[in-house]
Design a protein around this ligand. Structure first.
Ligand SMILES: Nc1ncnc2c1ncn2[C@@H]1O[C@H](COP(=O)(O)OP(=O)(O)OP(=O)(O)O)[C@@H](O)[C@H]1O
Length: 337
């Protein structure tokens, strides 16, 4: 379990003062446990999202991201725990599109699109559920669907449907927007367009909770992340902090026939930092673990100009793989105690 203390200062939402009272976070999740029958899909998950933040949920397939989102949005009643949006308990809100009087909106699943409604009709329908929706024509343009405004949902490509789903979440103009894998299936251009749309909404003060499998998206878009694994929250923090905490730092890999180079490297960087690598019978290879790869590269350039020197900086994907690499038995009623 991990608590997050920081929070961002952002403009207040349009929700009434009464519901703002005591609402120091856009979203506060505590002790969240979701069960399906005797299977525990989410266990004691705890995190907060500051106003105006983009907060990402990462996790392998089946880790519990969608179940967490369902509980956060009131679509599913948790077995235990509390979810507060702008200080107000989600359980108190009505179910359906007008959650918490317009405080949050959710990007629905593809199956929620009405195939015979056009892009425009779909968004007008969703807009009618919220007190202060965004103007539909401008949103259609922003999502790059201008040419398709009068096309039925069934006739859109997969990526266009995905953009329409993102638009249905944004049209409500709510302080908190929840997106379940918002850019899955989008081409790289459309993905960047979607990021730009999210960033524009963020700059107006909108808070986002999103789940994603795209590490680049998580690194690029999210202020903070939580990694869920087998229903539990493993860690949370900024992408940089997660990389720092869960990986061994940078590695410089050196291929060289120069005699004595590995020995000299051990003398300079320390014996523990230098590791021989299996070279497969080719040029001898070793790696150096270092916090300052640039300096290590300069050191090798000076002593062994012919050497093949490459830097590997740990990525969020490295951190994610390291954190979620183990596949133990899932939490369940029987194994929790
Ligand atoms: N309605 C349900 N009934 C029973 N089990 C469910 C139900 N919905 C989800 N589960 C189970 O709960 C676990 C978590 O599922 P969830 O959909 O929350 O994972 P996820 O992290 O969103 O996965 P993915 O990345 O594949 O979308 C999985 O083992 C899943 O099989």
């Amino acid at each position: 379990m991990f608590r997050i203390e920081e929070q961002s200062e952002r403009p207040k939402s349009s929700i009434s003062e009464e519901t703002e009272e005591g609402a120091s976070h856009a979203l506060a999740v505590s002790g969240l446990t979701v069960r399906y029958g005797d299977f525990t899909a989410v266990k004691d998950v705890e995190f907060t999202v500051g106003r105006g933040e983009v907060f990402g949920l990462l996790g392998r397939n089946g880790a519990g991201k969608t179940s967490t989102i369902a509980a956060v949005t009131g679509l599913l009643r948790p077995a235990q725990g509390r979810v507060r949006v702008l200080g107000r308990d989600v359980e108190d809100g009505p179910r359906g599109g007008t959650w918490l009087g317009g405080a949050l909106s959710l990007q629905p699943q593809k199956t929620s699109l009405f195939p015979r409604l056009t892009v425009e009709e779909t968004l007008l329908m969703w807009a009618s559920l919220y007190p202060e929706p965004r103007p539909v024509p401008a949103l259609i343009e922003e999502l790059g669907l201008g040419q398709k405004a009068r096309t039925r949902a069934a006739k859109l490509s997969g990526g266009q449907q995905q953009r329409l789903l993102l638009a249905t979440a944004l049209v409500g103009n709510t302080p908190l927007v929840v997106l379940d894998e918002p850019t899955t299936g989008l081409d790289p251009h459309a993905r960047r367009d979607a990021w730009a749309v999210i960033n524009r909404a963020r700059s107006r003060g909108t808070t986002f909770l999103l789940s994603t499998h795209a590490m680049e998206e998580a690194e690029e878009m999210c202020d903070r992340l939580a990694i869920l694994h087998e229903g539990r929250l493993l860690t949370s923090g900024s992408p940089a902090r997660i990389v720092r905490d869960l990986t061994q730092g940078s590695t410089v890999t050196v291929r060289s026939n120069q005699e004595g180079l590995a020995v000299a490297a051990r003398g300079h960087f320390g014996a523990d930092a230098v590791h021989e690598r299996a070279g497969g019978g080719g040029t001898p290879r070793f790696s150096v673990a270092t916090e300052r790869p640039e300096r290590a590269v300069a050191w090798f350039e000076e002593r062994a100009p012919q050497a093949d020197v490459r830097v590997h900086r740990p990525t969020l994907e490295d951190a994610f793989l390291a954190a979620t690499g183990t596949e133990g038995p899932r939490a369940s009623e029987g194994s929790e105690q």
